[in-house]
Design a protein around this ligand. Structure first.
Ligand code: FES
Ligand code: FES
Length: 154
């Protein structure tokens, strides 16, 4: 099967990246290897764990299961894009302060889901927060401190 290399222009965290990539490449790999933003993690590579979550036009998407070429013309936001003027986003600061980070592998994806949740629902209940991060698996924390951190960010 042919896998043509095509020119794409990805807009990531407000910066344009002109790239030549194979049609079959997923967004996760291109972000990490071509764009050089390694905050987004690869866990299952099968749309199950949420470690690779990024925002596309503000909507959370598992980047392991999304073709990079489909992101052309859309705004991609990664965890690196949450930092503005060297200042951590409230969610980032609160997840650290609440002890919601252990190995940290799930953290970027959790933050992106939480970010999207607060954007569409600025005052979620604890149950709504649980639902909002239900696509993100954490093997370390038991979730309570992550949910605490999101509550603190409201
Ligand atoms: S690596 Fe994408 S959902 Fe697990
Ligand atoms: S902190 Fe380790 S997977 Fe969540």
């Amino acid at each position: 099967m042919s896998d043509s290399v095509v020119a794409v222009n990805l807009r990531v965290n407000g910066t344009e990246y002109p790239l030549a990539i194979a049609m079959s490449r997923n967004l996760l790999g291109v972000l990490r290897n071509e764009v050089g933003l390694t905050g987004t993690k690869e866990g299952c590579d099968d749309c199950e764990c949420g470690a690779c979550m990024v925002l596309l036009d503000g909507q959370p998407v598992n980047s392991c299961s999304y073709l990079a070429v489909q992101a052309q013309g859309r705004q991609v936001t990664t965890v690196e894009g949450l930092v503005v003027d060297d200042k951590l986003h409230d969610l980032q600061r609160n997840i650290l302060e609440a002890g919601g980070v252990q190995c940290g592998f799930c953290t970027p994806g959790m933050l992106m889901s939480a970010c999207a949740l607060l954007e569409r629902n600025p005052t979620p209940t604890r149950e709504e927060i649980q639902l909002g991060i239900s696509g993100n698996l954490c093997r370390c924390t038991g979730y309570a401190r992550i949910i605490d951190a999101i509550e603190r960010s409201i």
